[in-house]
Design a protein around this ligand. Sequence first.
Ligand SMILES: NC(=O)c1ccc[n+]([C@@H]2O[C@H](COP(=O)([O-])OP(=O)(O)OC[C@H]3O[C@@H](n4cnc5c(N)ncnc54)[C@H](O)[C@@H]3O)[C@@H](O)[C@H]2O)c1
Length: 258
Amino acid sequence: MMRQKVFAVTGGASGIGLAVVQRLHADGHLVVSLDLPDKTHDPALKALGVQTLPIDVNDEASVREAHATIIETYGSVDGLVNSAGVIQKRQTPDKLSMADWDFVVNTDMRGTYLCCAIFGSHMAEQKRGSIVNIASITSTCGVPLHAYAPAKAGVLSITQCLAGQWGHAGVRVNAVAPGYTQTPALQAAIDQGDRDQALLIKQAALGRMVQTNEVANGIVFLLSDQASAITGVSLPIDCGWLASVGWETYGGLPHTKI
Ligand SMILES: NC(=O)c1ccc[n+]([C@@H]2O[C@H](COP(=O)([O-])OP(=O)(O)OC[C@H]3O[C@@H](n4cnc5c(N)ncnc54)[C@H](O)[C@@H]3O)[C@@H](O)[C@H]2O)c1
């Protein structure tokens, strides 16, 4: 277990972010969950008793205000997890509006950069800190998500660029690349018929979806001093989805019976 530290988690009211909040809280740390204003009264967070603050990662003033409140309250912040994000409906480029493209890229890529820039610059001044961004298996391969995948490729690049920027200041910047993870966002896409759960599972070497606590485990490791020599990496937590991409060409994984 790490010594008690102060962690901020964007998107902390749901899915992967909530699992990170729960895990850090269980480990005895001070955790601030940052999410959209209508999510700050989330019952799961209330039950935990962790502090919640409103944030909109698309709005610079809102991110600055949340950061200032945390510094005012705790004096410093040791770690940041950027889990605020949206997923995208599968659409061909002629159907995908630029308004939707901007919304996804702004939230997932610009929002991640903005939070890194504001929290990370302060960490660099205090000469310590650790940031974990949420990339995706789609950061490194083509899929029919023409806004989401480029945004997640951008998150990977942001992670690498900022790792170089702040390494000498003692700030590590890493990412996790989750595969298909059982969260409210993905479940909604499955329920709406926009994703087929059987197909999501088919290509995973482990033959199942990822659970949110499994992503949280990887994030907490990267945040911790146990990862003290690790910066600028993206850790796949994908039940072996990326490792198995090439098998499709040879008829699929043995257990998929295609
Ligand atoms: N679920 C998956 O399969 C999967 C796979 C790879 C990556 N991811 C990424 O993980 C992250 C979390 O996704 P999730 O599946 O847990 O989704 P989720 O919808 O369960 O949680 C996302 C949270 O982000 C918050 N949020 C959205 N827009 C925001 C904004 N502008 N400002 C502040 N908060 C905002 C939402 O309110 C929500 O609480 C996202 O970046 C997503 O792209 C998810």
